[in-house]
Ligand binder design. Structure first.
Ligand SMILES: [Zn+2]
Length: 163
Protein backbone atom coordinates (compact mmCIF):
# COMPACT_ATOMS: atom_id res chain seq x y z
CA UNK A 1 0.00 0.00 0.00
CA UNK A 2 1.01 3.61 -0.32
CA UNK A 3 2.73 5.16 2.70
CA UNK A 4 0.30 7.13 4.86
CA UNK A 5 0.98 10.10 7.06
CA UNK A 6 -0.08 10.44 10.68
CA UNK A 7 -2.69 13.01 9.67
CA UNK A 8 -4.18 10.68 7.02
CA UNK A 9 -4.33 7.84 9.52
CA UNK A 10 -5.98 9.91 12.24
CA UNK A 11 -8.67 11.16 9.89
CA UNK A 12 -9.35 7.64 8.53
CA UNK A 13 -10.89 6.12 11.67
CA UNK A 14 -14.37 4.75 11.06
CA UNK A 15 -15.37 3.58 14.50
CA UNK A 16 -14.22 6.06 17.09
CA UNK A 17 -14.89 9.70 17.83
CA UNK A 18 -12.77 12.47 16.32
CA UNK A 19 -11.39 13.20 19.78
CA UNK A 20 -10.31 9.58 20.27
CA UNK A 21 -8.76 9.50 16.80
CA UNK A 22 -6.77 12.61 17.68
CA UNK A 23 -5.41 11.15 20.91
CA UNK A 24 -4.80 7.50 20.07
CA UNK A 25 -1.28 6.16 19.68
CA UNK A 26 0.00 6.24 16.09
CA UNK A 27 3.46 4.71 15.47
CA UNK A 28 6.24 7.29 15.33
CA UNK A 29 8.25 5.32 12.79
CA UNK A 30 5.71 5.53 9.96
CA UNK A 31 8.44 6.42 7.46
CA UNK A 32 10.30 3.19 8.27
CA UNK A 33 7.37 0.84 7.89
CA UNK A 34 7.61 -1.67 5.00
CA UNK A 35 4.65 -0.13 3.13
CA UNK A 36 5.44 -1.96 -0.13
CA UNK A 37 4.80 -5.25 1.63
CA UNK A 38 1.74 -4.15 3.58
CA UNK A 39 -1.92 -4.68 2.76
CA UNK A 40 -2.68 -2.90 5.99
CA UNK A 41 -0.69 -1.35 8.80
CA UNK A 42 -1.63 -2.71 12.20
CA UNK A 43 -0.20 -1.79 15.58
CA UNK A 44 -0.74 -2.18 19.31
CA UNK A 45 -0.78 0.74 21.70
CA UNK A 46 2.45 0.30 23.70
CA UNK A 47 0.84 2.06 26.69
CA UNK A 48 -2.41 0.08 26.53
CA UNK A 49 -1.87 -3.52 25.41
CA UNK A 50 -5.61 -4.13 25.08
CA UNK A 51 -5.83 -1.58 22.29
CA UNK A 52 -4.91 -2.20 18.68
CA UNK A 53 -5.44 -0.29 15.47
CA UNK A 54 -5.24 -0.93 11.78
CA UNK A 55 -5.38 1.16 8.66
CA UNK A 56 -5.76 0.09 5.07
CA UNK A 57 -6.68 1.68 1.79
CA UNK A 58 -10.04 0.65 0.37
CA UNK A 59 -11.92 2.18 -2.52
CA UNK A 60 -9.05 4.63 -2.93
CA UNK A 61 -9.12 6.09 0.55
CA UNK A 62 -7.51 5.24 3.89
CA UNK A 63 -9.85 3.50 6.33
CA UNK A 64 -8.83 2.74 9.89
CA UNK A 65 -10.31 0.75 12.75
CA UNK A 66 -9.88 0.97 16.51
CA UNK A 67 -9.84 -2.49 18.10
CA UNK A 68 -10.00 -3.86 21.63
CA UNK A 69 -8.33 -7.08 22.70
CA UNK A 70 -10.44 -8.37 25.60
CA UNK A 71 -8.83 -11.01 27.81
CA UNK A 72 -10.21 -14.39 26.74
CA UNK A 73 -12.87 -15.89 29.00
CA UNK A 74 -11.78 -19.18 30.59
CA UNK A 75 -14.37 -21.15 28.60
CA UNK A 76 -13.12 -19.85 25.29
CA UNK A 77 -11.12 -22.30 23.25
CA UNK A 78 -7.89 -20.77 22.18
CA UNK A 79 -7.88 -20.35 18.43
CA UNK A 80 -4.67 -20.72 16.53
CA UNK A 81 -5.52 -19.42 13.10
CA UNK A 82 -5.79 -15.79 12.05
CA UNK A 83 -9.14 -15.16 10.36
CA UNK A 84 -7.67 -12.51 8.08
CA UNK A 85 -4.52 -14.14 6.67
CA UNK A 86 -5.18 -17.77 7.78
CA UNK A 87 -1.71 -18.10 9.33
CA UNK A 88 -1.32 -20.68 12.12
CA UNK A 89 0.35 -19.66 15.37
CA UNK A 90 1.59 -21.83 18.24
CA UNK A 91 0.85 -19.15 20.81
CA UNK A 92 -2.57 -18.54 19.43
CA UNK A 93 -4.13 -15.56 17.82
CA UNK A 94 -5.81 -12.64 19.54
CA UNK A 95 -9.50 -11.91 19.51
CA UNK A 96 -9.84 -8.29 18.45
CA UNK A 97 -13.14 -6.53 18.72
CA UNK A 98 -14.15 -3.45 16.76
CA UNK A 99 -17.00 -1.28 17.99
CA UNK A 100 -19.36 -0.81 15.06
CA UNK A 101 -19.30 2.52 13.26
CA UNK A 102 -21.92 5.18 14.07
CA UNK A 103 -25.07 4.64 16.14
CA UNK A 104 -24.73 0.85 16.32
CA UNK A 105 -21.34 1.32 17.99
CA UNK A 106 -22.68 3.89 20.46
CA UNK A 107 -25.29 1.30 21.42
CA UNK A 108 -22.48 -1.12 22.25
CA UNK A 109 -22.52 -3.30 19.14
CA UNK A 110 -19.22 -4.67 17.98
CA UNK A 111 -17.69 -7.16 15.58
CA UNK A 112 -14.85 -9.48 16.54
CA UNK A 113 -12.23 -11.33 14.56
CA UNK A 114 -9.18 -13.44 15.37
CA UNK A 115 -6.02 -11.73 14.25
CA UNK A 116 -2.27 -12.33 14.30
CA UNK A 117 -1.13 -11.01 17.67
CA UNK A 118 1.32 -8.56 16.06
CA UNK A 119 -1.05 -7.64 13.20
CA UNK A 120 1.68 -8.56 10.72
CA UNK A 121 -0.61 -10.59 8.45
CA UNK A 122 0.84 -8.97 5.31
CA UNK A 123 4.36 -10.10 6.21
CA UNK A 124 3.33 -13.68 7.07
CA UNK A 125 1.47 -14.00 3.78
CA UNK A 126 4.54 -12.83 1.87
CA UNK A 127 6.91 -15.10 3.79
CA UNK A 128 8.74 -12.03 5.20
CA UNK A 129 8.00 -13.14 8.72
CA UNK A 130 7.47 -16.69 9.92
CA UNK A 131 5.82 -18.25 12.92
CA UNK A 132 8.49 -20.91 13.43
CA UNK A 133 5.84 -23.50 12.62
CA UNK A 134 5.84 -25.82 9.69
CA UNK A 135 2.71 -25.24 7.66
CA UNK A 136 0.09 -27.66 8.92
CA UNK A 137 -1.04 -28.36 5.43
CA UNK A 138 0.44 -27.46 2.14
CA UNK A 139 -1.29 -24.59 0.45
CA UNK A 140 -1.12 -24.51 -3.28
CA UNK A 141 -2.04 -20.84 -3.46
CA UNK A 142 0.47 -18.39 -4.88
CA UNK A 143 1.56 -15.39 -2.82
CA UNK A 144 -0.65 -13.17 -4.99
CA UNK A 145 -3.65 -15.38 -4.26
CA UNK A 146 -2.92 -15.33 -0.53
CA UNK A 147 -2.60 -11.54 -0.63
CA UNK A 148 -5.93 -11.30 -2.42
CA UNK A 149 -7.53 -13.60 0.15
CA UNK A 150 -6.11 -11.48 3.00
CA UNK A 151 -7.35 -8.21 1.52
CA UNK A 152 -10.76 -9.77 0.77
CA UNK A 153 -11.06 -10.97 4.38
CA UNK A 154 -10.03 -7.57 5.68
CA UNK A 155 -12.49 -5.78 3.39
CA UNK A 156 -15.25 -8.13 4.59
CA UNK A 157 -14.38 -7.29 8.21
CA UNK A 158 -14.48 -3.55 7.50
CA UNK A 159 -17.84 -3.99 5.80
CA UNK A 160 -19.20 -5.72 8.91
CA UNK A 161 -17.97 -2.90 11.12
CA UNK A 162 -19.55 -0.21 8.97
CA UNK A 163 -22.74 -2.14 8.12
ZN1 LIG B 1 -2.99 -12.69 10.30
Amino acid sequence: MRPLTEREIRSAFLNCTKGEAKRLAVPRDLADRPWDDLDFLGWRDPQAPDRAYLVTELAGRPQALALRCPAPAPWQTRRSMCSICLTDHTNGVTLMVAPKAGKAGQQGNSVGTYLCDDLSCSLYVRGKKDTGLFARYHESLTTEEKIRRTTDNLAAFLTKVTA
